[in-house]
Design a protein around this ligand. Structure first.
Ligand SMILES: [Zn+2]
Length: 134
């Protein structure tokens, strides 16, 4: 049943260390941003253009924080998969996710095929849509 391409114990330990390091970093980064003076800037802003600018700025900061907390959540899921032995398996098609992909994206829950399919159907936001202004 299990395929020969499953990760070895030492590879799993390495991924776990990477994930935990990244999670620590993300948690520290989002704590640091709580101190930014966005609210103060909004109080001082004079005209509507400034207000719009500050609102946009705040939106982007919130956006980044939402992405970070989503990533923290994905890392949590990856860590519990390492615990229960299902790490490195695509949650859509149950194929083994190749190690190079996991090294590039340790919390990947999908293989590249499934990821691309979801992006193509619009189920996942692609980075090119994020800063679209019109
Ligand atoms: Zn898949």
């Amino acid at each position: 049943m299990s395929k020969s391409k499953n990760l070895s114990k030492s590879q799993l330990e390495r991924m776990r260390a990477d994930l935990e390091r990244r999670q620590h970093w993300l948690l520290n980064a989002s704590r640091g941003r709580l101190d930014t003076p966005d609210a103060e800037e909004a109080d001082r802003a004079g005209d509507e253009a400034d207000l719009a600018q500050v609102a946009l700025h705040t939106d982007l900061a919130l956006d980044a924080r939402a992405r970070e907390s989503r990533e923290v959540q994905l890392i949590d899921e990856a860590l519990s998969k390492i615990e229960n032995g299902s790490y490195g398996v695509c949650s859509e098609c149950s194929e083994t996710i190749p190690l190079p992909r996991l090294e590039a994206l340790p919390f990947a829950a999908l293989c590249i095929d499934c990821q691309e399919e979801l992006e193509a159907t619009g189920a996942l936001a692609t980075p090119s849509q994020e800063f679209k202004l019109d």
